[in-house]
Design a protein around this ligand. Structure first.
Ligand code: FAD
Length: 168
């Protein structure tokens, strides 16, 4: 594996905390440890930091390959944004962008924004809508084996739901 490492913090008897992965989790841990004066070494397998977070600016467009928004559901998030000096760079969602679209049938199709809207929208077939109505009545699984989120959705709903509701 092509591991790159970055060292920060003050050296204490040559020891540092090893952080594996420079995604947001590793970088946040590194930032907080660095703030506390604890030496760190970050190991990252890829050639870039950020993990699944990747932004592309092209002309006046900003495209996100992974996460595109965050909810400040915890004061820890607010604190991190402030401490990292990112507050002035926050982009608040534009109310005009309330409508969201998914590409299906090679064109953008509007996503439902409310539970009733799910049943009237074009995005999902009647098969998917019926699968959602039927879901609460399906029996629980008794097999204790591990199950992925995808397998869970396929078992209780269907492939269309997985591809156009869960995956996005
Ligand atoms: C398409 C998509 C959309 C999302 N949308 C949102 C959203 O809108 N809002 C939101 O809050 N969350 C969203 N999420 C979830 C959020 O992005 C992730 O939970 C978060 O970014 C994960 O960060 P992480 O650092 O834990 O993992 P990752 O980002 O996966 O980073 C892990 C890093 O570790 C490295 N690594 C792995 N193994 C090794 C190794 N052995 N040695 C060295 N390095 C290694 C990897 O290369 C990678 O850089 C989305 C996720 C995806 C995939």
């Amino acid at each position: 594996m092509d591991n790159h490492s970055t060292q920060a913090g003050t050296a204490t008897a040559g020891r540092s905390v090893a952080i594996v992965g420079a995604g947001i989790t590793g970088l946040t841990a590194a930032f907080r440890l660095h703030q506390a004066g604890i030496p760190i070494t970050i190991y990252e397998a890829s050639h870039r930091v950020g993990g699944v977070i990747q932004s592309l600016r092209q002309g006046s467009y900003l495209a996100e390959f992974g996460p595109n928004s965050l909810l400040e559901t915890s004061t820890r998030i607010t604190d991190l944004l402030r401490d990292a000096g990112l507050e002035p760079r926050l982009l608040h969602s534009d109310p005009a962008a309330e409508n969201r679209y998914l590409v299906r049938w090679r064109r953008p199709v509007r996503m439902p924004t409310s539970p009733p809207g799910f049943f009237t929208c074009e995005l999902f077939s009647w098969r998917a809508k019926l699968a959602l109505l039927r879901e609460p009545f399906l029996p629980r699984r008794t097999d204790p084996a591990e199950e992925s989120v995808a397998d869970f959705v396929l078992r209780r709903l269907n492939r269309e739901f997985l591809d156009y509701a869960i995956n996005p």
